[in-house]
Design a protein around this ligand. Structure first.
Ligand code: NAD
Length: 372
């Protein structure tokens, strides 16, 4: 029989299936700018509601943008649990079907402001620090501002800081050798990838990387990174493969072609189909480190900036990343689950937990908050 449900009924049914709190579609009549906002989970204090997540400029197709925002908002809910903060998870996508002009950036700022503070955001993929300044001229709910605007600068630096600290734990407890002896392959030399490459070279690691932008490759090469073509980076022989560009880059069928021991990246939602790809990787003996734990120090910096803290504090607090990774490794060893399953069991949403294999009961996760 033909499905007679209208768009609102279909959307609400999908929200119920996915455990989503709110989906907003926005259109600016002056510029034609369109945006999608997904709130996966929300924190409540009295009459105040809040949910945090980045705003990216991506995708020409609204359905792809919605799907992306849904997965990213879920990742933010998980990261809030990793950091132990009372905060919901959300994500907005400004649809990249037109030029990124100043009026469009103003419209994006107005759209953020219209949410009245329930949605707090930071710039993400497709927006530069300069764009952040323009967007911020229209809203007071944008973190991740530049230093000259009394912000803490790019969150990519703190994301990389947490990742390197996480790599120390992974090299010691998973690879069984010091980090400086590890070979690392990085996909993407943007805000996260470049900051990560710099830190790893400084540690003495052998770093290989790729980016579609030749200028970024030249810059990385000048600090000692070996550059390979973008189509070769995922199949490099390496101890750690670190995807730091787009999500969904590792598909189940790709597992057979990989030559790394561990996948530990900064990109959100690295695995195309989380459960199936994790299974395929496990079959090949490749360990996947949940990215929502490893890259959570970017979100942490935005939270520190919001309460008026300093860069130094954000860098110091990023020690939470190796602590959480250690918890995930311990939980995985106790339950016989993969690191991804263990990470979801410890930090996933209620909806997430219905999608993983039932495991043995573990100690309650009390006391996981840090003072941000
Ligand atoms: P960015 O836009 O600064 O960098 C992305 C880089 O990837 C660009 O240099 C781009 O040229 C490159 N790239 C794109 N396609 C590529 C390909 N096929 N091969 C090689 N390189 C390619 O973005 P970013 O802020 O560094 O974020 C990177 C990823 O990390 C995103 O998935 C983002 O959501 C995630 N993330 C970022 C932060 C943060 O603090 N910025 C925090 C957590 C997660």
């Amino acid at each position: 029989m033909k499905d007679t449900k209208g768009p609102a009924a279909q959307l609400l049914e999908m929200m119920e299936q996915e455990g989503i709190v709110q989906i907003s579609l926005h259109r600016d009549s002056r510029t034609g700018m369109k945006a999608v906002l997904v709130i996966d989970s929300v924190a409540q204090e009295g009459r105040q509601f809040s949910a945090s997540g980045g705003t990216r400029f991506a995708h020409k197709d609204p359905d792809t943008a919605l799907k992306d925002a849904m997965r990213l908002a879920r990742a933010m809910s998980r990261k809030a649990k990793v950091l132990g903060v009372q905060e919901g998870g959300a994500k907005a996508v400004v649809i990249a079907d037109r030029e990124k002009t100043v009026p469009l950036l103003h419209a994006a700022g107005d759209f953020i402001q219209m949410q009245g503070g329930t949605f707090r955001t930071a710039i993400d993929l497709g927006f530069s620090m300069r764009d952040a300044t323009t967007i911020a001229s229209r809203t007071s709910f944008l973190d991740s501002l530049s230093h000259c605007q009394k912000g803490l600068g790019s969150t990519g630096e703190n994301t990389a800081e947490g990742m390197v600290k996480g790599f120390e734990t992974i090299s010691r407890h998973v690879l069984g050798k010091p980090l400086k002896e590890c070979t690392i392959a990085i996909q993407g030399l943007g805000a996260v990838g470049m900051a990560l490459a710099k830190r790893l070279v400084r540690k003495g690691c052998k770093v290989t990387a790729a980016d579609t932008c030749s200028k970024k490759c030249e810059k990385a090469s000048s600090i000692g990174v070996t550059i390979v073509p973008p189509e070769e980076i995922l199949t490099q022989q390496a101890d750690i493969l670190a995807p730091c560009a787009l999500g969904g880059v590792i598909r189940p069928e790709a597992a057979a072609t990989l030559r790394c021991k561990v996948i530990a990246g900064g990109a959100n939602n690295i695995l195309d189909d989380e459960t199936e790809t994790d299974k395929a990787l496990t079959g090949r003996g490749i360990i996947f480190v949940p990215e929502f734990v490893l890259n959570s120090a970017g979100f942490l910096q935005a939270l520190v900036e919001r309460r008026g803290g300093t860069v130094r504090e954000a860098r110091q607090l990023s020690r939470i990343v190796p602590e959480r990774i250690q918890e995930v490794i311990k939980h995985s060893r106790m339950t016989g689950k993969t690191l991804l399953e263990a990470g979801i069991e410890l930090f996933g949403t209620e909806k997430d937990k219905t999608q993983i294999r039932p495991g043995r009961k573990t100690k309650a996760n009390a006391n996981r908050a840090i003072a941000i």
